[in-house]
Design a protein around this ligand. Structure first.
Ligand code: GLU
Length: 888
């Protein structure tokens, strides 16, 4: 018994074909060694695992079974724990039987007629029946009525066996003919010409293929109207330059998925070019990778394989250390089958796409690229896979300058839509609808309009999981796009049309049309609730500053009246008008009267006090003006405050939402909204992203789910959503509202695979629809007219507090008025003092000092010692006094 890491010190063996004349190694061997020597590609556990497998390689001298037997037995002597290869049919069976006997894992990458599940081996080459089905599918797609099958040997006959079944070729007339063993195929082609057959399915080895095609050309069978399906998966490695312009139609298959990102990475890693890698070499790479990955998984997670579908009973603790080293005894290795079974349970991506095995241990989920020879060389034209059959990429050859297809050639595009309201929805109908008819929505109308402009047909299909597309990283480091973007990349659709945001990352893998809608991220939340009326709402018409200034103005004006009245000589009055020369003069503007007078005016009530001197009257006039304006403004605004109930939301923007922790918020799981927060450098948005990641339950699968949560959450849940969708949902649910401004600005576009020829048709169409106003008509239809609940929006404007900016002018007028009044008062005072000084014959200065001293005493009764002063005052109040006396 030994530990697996011990096992990994063991060697594995690779058996390859003979070296070439210039001592060059076969391609499979080069790639085998590269893969063996490289670290675990794309493997996250790479650093943990210091596993490095040793290997030995042997080149068979010839393809005889004896030479293969000797090689395997030699290898067994060196304690190998697995054998890769060999490449030739005759040698395979002997290697296979020795490995089965000794229970040493045998990993094959070659087409094998006799693959069977019970052996201690695994074959990465697609099972013959799978390939056979692919050929049958393409013939059905091409609608070949009659065709000839040219095959090379028994092996090829098995490969095309499906085509011979009547259920697969329908009522097509099939002729089968074998390639002659000699290298002269001209007679055969001569014969086919006589049959007047133009559809040929050719199955032969890659070595023979160039000569076969050459002779077909010599016999005039490589011209227009001739259609070939060539089954050899290495067709693309041939130089077909001479047939490019002949007009012949050559279709083939390729297993290496050169357009996939992970394939490109592997290719870059090894410095290879995809169009030169033979399929068996690519499979050798994947085989080594799979073997290493399996062992590595054993080391890290042996339990993973115990309960698996292939019924594995592997326990690495009890791995058998006694590896058989001799060919001709009964010893066998107890752990070989376990390793093989574990390999069959492992899944990974390699040069040949997804490596996955079915319950019987054969490769499943195979995807073949359909290639065609065009004037530009070999081009990818479609895809075939086990579950969905053939899917072709539409041609463009028939478009005019503006990208419109001619009526004679109307291609059919597979259009993927998502069931996101109102872009794609199921049409309500009492009867079951089929095909395109079952859908409706903005995207459905848009593609319809585009198809009218571009003259193409389309088949709608829905993205079941509602995901628009995100790049997912798998534990083995492979990154794969899911959702609608993934569907485009996997040829499941040609056009994706939905609420698909144009993003930089998506643009690296797909092409977007011109944008058809502009939007941004916002917050969907329940409509803000009405605020309860406040007991102090009478204070709301003015802002605090204005209230403060009014109070200040009131105090200031009262003091101003008090001072001004004291300074102004005309405010000193005879208290007893009947006495001509009173002892004292009185001033009505005592401090309390001043305050009373001003408040009376402010409250629009007045008082008995009436200013006499021009200066105080001027000041009073301006104060009345001030109070008039302020009181009218207050009254008008108070009415608004008493009638309008303001709406309040617990948060008004994303920043406030981020700062609180009572209301939870989320976004769509696999959308660009989530990514916006992920990429953002704004601390609040980063905080929001971290919150969402820490609480995955807040994320939703779809917008619809988000909307439901907001409604059901009754204020406890907010959903980050794109504004266009918010606009729609607001129309549907009157209880919903958008809170705050847009957080960003972006566009929706129609996505297509890169370098597709129909992208200009779509982009031009979008532009035309925009210019004609069709886009806005569709927007109005789906957002405002169809299914809208016409929510009554409360149109009453909110009452707003008057700020200093609104009433500042009145204060300025008041200040100016006070200034004027002071100037007039100064004039009155100085003239009066000057007259007094002249009458008393004292200097003005003395009179002024006396006056100031009196004023400083703050008395409201002024003695009248000076007779002249009395006379002056009596003169002034003459009229009043006389009237009063007479009346008395
Ligand atoms: N429009 C987004 C996208 O294309 C989906 C919705 C969202 O993320 O809010 O991914």
């Amino acid at each position: 018994m030994f530990n697996l890491s011990y096992a990994l010190d063991m060697k594995i063996g690779g058996i390859f074909g003979p070296k070439k004349d210039n001592d060059e190694l076969p391609q499979e061997q080069i790639i085998f060694e590269l893969a063996m020597n490289s670290d675990f590609i794309n493997n996250v556990e790479e650093n943990e695992s210091k596993l490095q497998l040793n290997y030995i390689c042997e080149n068979l001298i010839d393809s005889s079974s004896l030479s293969a037997e000797n090689t395997v037995c030699d290898m067994l002597n060196k304690s190998i724990i697995a054998i890769f290869g060999p490449p030739t049919r005759d040698s395979i069976s002997v290697v296979k039987s020795i490995c089965d006997n000794k229970e040493i894992p045998h990993i094959q990458t070659r087409y094998d007629l006799n693959q069977h599940i019970s052996s201690c081996g695994i074959n990465l080459y697609p099972h013959p029946s799978t390939l056979s089905k692919a050929y049958a599918d393409i013939i059905k797609k091409w609608e070949w009525k009659n065709f000839v099958i040219i095959y090379e040997d028994n092996e090829s006959l098995v490969r095309i066996s499906d085509l011979l079944k009547p259920e697969n070729n329908g009522d097509a007339g099939v002729r089968i003919t074998q390639l002659p063993k000699t290298n002269n195929f001209r007679n055969l082609f001569q014969e086919i010409r006589k049959w007047k057959e133009t559809n040929i399915l050719l199955d032969c080895s890659i070595q023979k293929l160039p000569e076969v095609l050459k002779q077909a050309q010599q016999k005039g069978l490589m011209i227009e109207n001739y259609n070939y399906i060539i089954t050899n998966l290495d067709l693309y490695t041939l130089d077909l330059e001479q047939y490019k312009y002949s007009g012949v139609n050559i279709t083939g298959f390729r297993l290496i998925s050169s357009s996939k990102l992970y394939t490109q990475k592997i290719i870059e890693n090894y410095n290879l070019t995809t169009d030169k890698i033979l399929v068996e070499a690519a499979l050798m790479h994947d085989a080594v990778k799979l073997f290493k990955k399996t062992l590595q998984q054993f080391q890290h997670n042996p339990n993973e394989f115990r309960n698996d579908k292939v019924n594995i009973k592997f326990d690495y603790e009890f791995i058998d250390s006694s590896i058989p080293t001799y060919c001709y005894d009964d010893n066998s290795w107890k752990s070989g089958f376990s390793i093989i079974n574990a390999m069959k349970a492992t899944e990974m991506f390699g040069l040949t796409g997804l490596i996955k095995f079915d319950n019987e241990g054969y490769r499943t989920n195979i995807e073949l690229q359909i290639i065609e020879l065009t004037e530009n060389g070999i081009e990818e034209k479609g895809i075939w896979n086990t579950s969905k059959g053939v899917r072709m990429i539409p041609h463009k050859q028939e478009t005019n300058q503006s990208g419109t297809y001619s009526r004679n050639f109307m291609p059919t595009f597979n259009v993927i839509i998502s069931m996101t309201r109102p872009y794609g929805m199921l049409k309500p109908s009492p009867v079951k609808l089929e095909g395109n008819d079952q859908y409706e929505g903005f995207a459905v109308d848009l593609i319809y309009e585009l198809s009218l402009l571009g003259n193409f047909k389309y088949k709608l299909k829905e993205q079941k999981d509602g995901s628009n597309g995100e790049e997912k990283e798998y534990p083995n480091g492979t990154k794969i796009w899911d959702g609608m973007i993934g569907a485009l990349l996997n040829y499941e659709a040609d056009i994706a049309i939905a609420d698909l945001t144009i993003s930089e990352k998506r643009e690296t893998v797909v092409e977007f049309s011109l944008p058809f809608m502009n939007l941004g991220i916002a917050i969907l939340y329940i409509t803000p609730q009405k605020e309860n009326p406040s007991l102090f709402s009478f204070l709301f018409p003015f802002s605090n500053v204005v209230w403060l200034l009014v109070i200040t103005a009131y105090i200031g004006m009262s003091l101003q009246f008090y001072i001004m009245a004291r300074l102004s000589p005309y405010e000193w009055r005879n208290p007893y008008p009947c006495i001509e020369n009173p002892e004292e003069l009185e001033n009505q503007f005592t401090l309390s009267n001043s305050f009373w007078y001003t408040i009376g005016a402010l409250m629009q009530q007045g008082s008995e006090i009436a200013p006499i001197s021009p200066s105080t009257r001027i000041a009073a006039g301006f104060w009345w003006f001030f109070t008039l304006i302020m009181v009218s403004s207050y009254t008008a605004n108070l009415a608004a405050f008493l009638t309008v109930e303001n709406e309040v939301s617990p948060f008004n923007n994303a920043q406030e939402l981020a700062k609180q922790d009572k209301i939870v918020y989320g976004a769509k799981k696999s959308g660009t909204t989530k990514n916006f927060f992920k990429e953002s450098k704004v601390p609040e948005y980063q905080h929001m992203y971290n919150f969402m990641m820490k609480n995955p339950h807040v994320m939703t699968d779809s917008n619809e789910e988000g909307v439901k949560r907001v409604i059901d959450g009754k204020g406890n849940y907010a959903f980050l959503m794109e504004s266009s969708a918010i606009e729609y949902e607001k129309e549907q649910h009157c209880e919903l509202a958008q809170i705050g401004q847009l957080l960003d600005n972006k566009n929706y576009g129609i996505a297509m695979r890169k370098k597709t020829q129909y992208s200009s048709t779509i982009s031009n169409g979008v532009l035309v629809l925009q210019e004609k106003g069709v886009l806005s008509t569709l927007t109005r239809k789906w957002w405002k007219e169809k299914y809208s609940r016409n929510c009554q929006v409360d149109k009453t404007n909110d009452a707003t507090t008057l700020k200093l900016g609104n009433v500042g002018g009145v204060f300025l007028v008041l200040i100016a008025g006070v200034g004027i009044a002071f100037l007039v008062m100064l004039f009155e005072l100085l003239t009066n003092l000057r007259n007094k000084a002249r009458d008393e014959n004292v200097p003005l200065q003395e009179e002024l000092t006396r006056e100031i001293k009196f004023i400083m005493k703050c008395r409201s009764v002024k003695p009248t010692h000076k007779p002249d002063e009395k006379s002056l005052l009596s003169n002034h109040s003459e009229t009043n006094n006389s009237v009063l006396c007479e009346w008395k």
